[in-house]
Design a protein around this ligand. Structure first.
Ligand SMILES: *[C@@H]1O[C@H](CO)[C@@H](O)[C@H](O)[C@H]1NC(C)=O
Ligand SMILES: *[C@@H]1O[C@H](CO)[C@@H](O)[C@H](O)[C@H]1NC(C)=O
Ligand SMILES: *[C@@H]1O[C@H](CO)[C@@H](O)[C@H](O)[C@H]1NC(C)=O
Ligand SMILES: *[C@@H]1O[C@H](CO)[C@@H](O)[C@H](O)[C@H]1NC(C)=O
Ligand SMILES: *[C@@H]1O[C@H](CO)[C@@H](O)[C@H](O)[C@H]1NC(C)=O
Ligand SMILES: *[C@@H]1O[C@H](CO)[C@@H](O)[C@H](O)[C@H]1NC(C)=O
Ligand SMILES: *[C@@H]1O[C@H](CO)[C@@H](O)[C@H](O)[C@H]1NC(C)=O
Ligand SMILES: *[C@@H]1O[C@H](CO)[C@@H](O)[C@H](O)[C@H]1NC(C)=O
Ligand SMILES: *[C@@H]1O[C@H](CO)[C@@H](O)[C@H](O)[C@H]1NC(C)=O
Ligand SMILES: *[C@@H]1O[C@H](CO)[C@@H](O)[C@H](O)[C@H]1NC(C)=O
Ligand SMILES: *[C@@H]1O[C@H](CO)[C@@H](O)[C@H](O)[C@H]1NC(C)=O
Ligand SMILES: *[C@@H]1O[C@H](CO)[C@@H](O)[C@H](O)[C@H]1NC(C)=O
Length: 456
C-alpha cells in the first residue's frame, strides 16, 4: 500500500488546461505515479472487502480538499469490484450540501486510461485533451458554486466502456462513496445531487439516470444533464467504421467484452487474427495512442463473418441489451432489473451533425422516453462537431443543473427545442459558467482557434 501521498488541491484552478497535468494529486517519487495495472492501490488489500456494502470506502488518500478513494461496487455480472474515484470538496461549500456526480468521457477499454489516473497524472496518463478539458470544466464550475464533486472510474476496474450496466452501478456507487467519505463531506444531511456527462460520460449518465429507480432509490439525485449520448451500438459502429474515429468503435466492442466473459468468448472464435490483435491493442492502449493505428479500420472486417456477425445470437443479445431505454432484467446481463426509464428531470442535447456519436437514433429514443412519462428537455443543434457541442451547450446544461440543485424544477413533462439558448461568449453563458469555468472555455478557444456558435 502506498504511503507517500501529497495532494495539491489548488492546482486545478491555477493550471493551464491544455498544458497537462490538470491536477498533481499524488507525488510518488522520481518516476511519478504507476499505471493502474502496476499500482497496488487498485487492489483491495483488506480482508473481506467483497462483503462490504456497495459504495463502501475500501481505502483512501488523505488531502486537504481532494481525495482519491477506492470503493466497492458490483460488476454487471454480479461480482464484487473495486474501483476508484476522485472526490472534491469546495473551498466554500453551500449548505445543505449540493453534489455533482460527474461521469467523464473516459471512452477507453484499457484499465490504464481511467479518469482517476488522468486527474492524478495529467499528460502522463495518456488521456486525451478532451477528457482533461471536459473534466476540468465541470469540476471548476461545480467547485466555484460551492458544490461537492465525485468523479468515479465508472467503467469499473476492467474498463467496461459502453457497458451501460457497469457504468450505472459503478457511477451511482461513486456518489455513495462521496456520501460515505466524511473527510470530504462532513455531513450529508439534506444533500441534493445531480449527474452530468458528455459523450461516453453522457452514456454513463443516461444509464445511471435510468438505474436510479432500481439501484438508486436511496440517493437524492434530483436531475441530470447529458449530451452526445450513444443510444445503440450498431449506429455508432456504422458511423465510426472506416473513419478516423474507428478506435472508439473498437473500444466499444472491447469494453463490452471486458464486462461480459460470454461475449469475450464469442469474440475468440468470431474474430479474424487481426481482430484479436486489434482488441488486445484496445485493451492496452489509451485513446491518444489508439487513434492513429486504427484510423480508417473497417470494424466489421475484423470478424470472420464481416458485418453478418451482428446477426449471431450472442452478438444480438448484447446489442439488444445495450440499447438505451430498453428494460433489462436478464440476470446474465445485470444484477439489478431496470425498466429503462429516466425517472428524474433531465436535459439531453446532441448535435444533429455529430460525426462521432450517431444522432439518428436519438429522437426516437427521446420520443420513447416521453411516451412512457419521462421529463426530458431535448435540445438538438445543427452544425456542431462532437467536441464543440460539449462546450457550446455548457451554459444551458449548467443552468439546468443549477436550477434543479436550487429546488427550481420546472421540467414536468417532455419539451424540446432547436439550437442553443445561452450562446457561448454571451453574458448569459458567462454568467451560467462563472468566471473560472469561462476562463477554461476561453483558454480552449484561444489555444485551438475553434469557433463556438455565438462567440466572436
Ligand atoms: C509495469 O511494471 C513492469 C514490471 O516492473 C514494467 O516492466 C512495466 O514497464 C510497467 N508498465 C508500465 C506501463 O509502466
Ligand atoms: C469519519 O469516518 C471514519 C471512518 O468511517 C470514522 O471512524 C469517523 O468516526 C468519522 N468521523 C466523523 C466525524 O463522523
Ligand atoms: C434538514 O431538513 C430538515 C427538514 O427541513 C431541517 O429540519 C433540518 O434542520 C435540516 N438539516 C440541515 C443540516 O440542514
Ligand atoms: C467500410 O469499408 C469496408 C471496406 O471498404 C466496406 O466493406 C464497408 O461496407 C465499409 N463500412 C462499414 C460500416 O464498415
Ligand atoms: C502511453 O504513452 C506512452 C508514450 O507514447 C506509451 O509508451 C505507453 O505505452 C502509453 N500507455 C498506454 C496505457 O497507452
Ligand atoms: C483515412 O481516410 C481519410 C479519408 O479518406 C484520409 O484522408 C486519411 O488520410 C486516412 N488516414 C489514414 C491513416 O489512412
Ligand atoms: C483483417 O483480416 C481480414 C482477413 O484477412 C481482411 O479481410 C481485413 O481487411 C483485415 N482488416 C483490417 C482492418 O486489417
Ligand atoms: C423482462 O423484460 C422484458 C422486456 O425486455 C419483459 O417483457 C419481461 O416481462 C420482463 N420480465 C420480468 C420478470 O420483469
Ligand atoms: C448477486 O450476488 C449477491 C451476493 O453474492 C446475491 O445475493 C444475489 O442474489 C445475486 N444477484 C443475482 C441477480 O444473481
Ligand atoms: C427557474 O427555472 C426556469 C427555467 O426552468 C427559469 O426560467 C427561472 O428563471 C428559474 N427561476 C429562478 C428563481 O432561478
Ligand atoms: C409540459 O410542460 C409545459 C411547462 O413546463 C407546459 O407548458 C405544457 O403544457 C406541458 N405539456 C403537456 C402535454 O402537459
Ligand atoms: C483569450 O483571448 C482573448 C482575446 O485575445 C483575451 O482577451 C483573453 O484574455 C484570452 N483568454 C485566455 C484565458 O487566455
Amino acid at each position: 500500500m502506498r504511503t507517500a501521498a501529497a495532494f495539491v488541491a489548488t492546482a486545478l484552478a491555477a493550471s493551464s488546461v491544455l498544458a497537462l497535468p490538470i491536477l498533481q494529486l499524488r507525488a510518488l517519487g522520481p518516476d511519478g505515479p504507476l499505471v493502474p495495472s502496476n499500482d497496488s492501490f487498485y487492489e483491495p488489500s483488506s480482508e473481506g472487502w467483497q462483503e462490504l456494502d456497495n459504495g463502501a470506502i475500501i481505502f483512501d488518500f488523505n488531502a486537504r480538499s481532494v481525495y482519491q478513494v477506492l470503493y466497492k461496487t458490483t460488476s454487471a455480472t454480479n461480482e464484487s469490484d473495486a474501483t476508484a474515484a476522485t472526490l472534491f470538496s469546495p473551498a466554500e461549500p453551500v449548505s445543505p450540501p449540493k453534489i455533482l456526480l460527474f461521469l467523464a468521457p473516459i471512452d477507453s477499454a484499457s484499465p490504464d486510461c481511467q479518469v482517476t489516473y488522468a486527474l492524478e497524472n495529467g499528460g502522463g496518463s495518456n488521456a486525451t485533451d478532451f477528457l482533461q478539458t471536459s473534466v476540468s470544466l465541470d469540476i471548476t464550475w461545480a467547485l466555484s458554486k460551492g458544490y461537492y464533486v465525485a468523479v468515479p472510474d465508472h467503467e469499473g476496474s476492467k474498463a467496461a466502456f459502453i457497458s451501460g450496466v457497469t457504468e450505472a452501478l459503478a457511477g451511482l456507487d461513486g456518489l455513495r462513496a462521496l456520501l460515505n467519505h466524511n473527510e470530504t463531506l462532513p455531513s450529508a444531511d439534506n444533500y441534493t445531487a445531480v449527474i452530468s456527462g458528455y459523450s461516453g460520460g453522457g452514456h454513463a449518465s443516461a444509464w445511471a439516470s435510468q438505474f436510479l429507480s432500481s439501484y438508486g432509490q436511496d440517493l437524492n439525485v434530483v436531475a441530470a444533464a447529458y449530451g452526445g449520448v450513444p443510444v445503440d451500438l450498431t449506429s455508432t459502429l456504422d458511423l465510426l467504421s472506416n473513419t478516423s474515429g474507428a478506435y472508439l468503435a473498437v473500444g466499444a466492442l472491447t469494453g463490452l467484452a471486458n464486462a461480459y466473459p460470454e461475449l469475450d468468448e464469442f469474440y475468440q472464435q468470431a474474430l479474424n487474427p487481426n481482430g484479436t490483435e486489434t482488441i488486445e491493442l484496445a485493451r492496452t492502449t489509451c485513446n491518444s495512442g489508439l487513434e492513429a493505428p486504427l484510423a480508417n479500420v473497417s470494424v466489421y472486417s475484423l470478424f470472420k463473418d464481416g458485418e453478418a456477425v451482428l446477426q449471431e445470437p450472442t452478438m444480438r443479445k448484447y446489442i439488444a441489451a445495450g440499447r438505451l431505454g430498453q428494460p433489462i432484467n436478464d440476470t446474465s446481463l445485470t444484477p439489478v432489473a431496470n425498466d429503462g426509464l429516466v425517472s428524474i428531470p433531465a436535459f439531453q442535447y446532441h448535435s444533429v451533425t455529430d460525426e462521432t456519436v450517431a444522432y439518428a437514433p436519438v429522437p426516437a429514443y427521446y420520443q420513447g422516453q416521453c411516451a412512457r412519462g419521462a421529463k426530458i428537455h431535448f435540445s438538438a443543434s445543427p452544425g456542431l462537431a462532437h467536441a464543440v457541442a460539449f462546450f457550446a451547450y455548457a451554459g444551458d446544461a449548467f443552468t439546468f443543473l443549477d436550477n434543479a440543485l436550487n429546488g427550481n424544477i420546472t421540467q414536468t413533462n417532455c419539451t424540446d427545442s432547436l439550437g442553443i439558448e445561452k450562446l457561448p461568449g454571451s453574458p448569459e453563458y458567462i454568467e451560467a459558467l462563472g468566471q473560472d469555468a469561462w476562463s477554461i472555455v476561453e483558454m480552449i478557444l484561444n489555444a485551438t482557434g475553434i469557433a463556438l456558435p455565438g462567440s466572436s
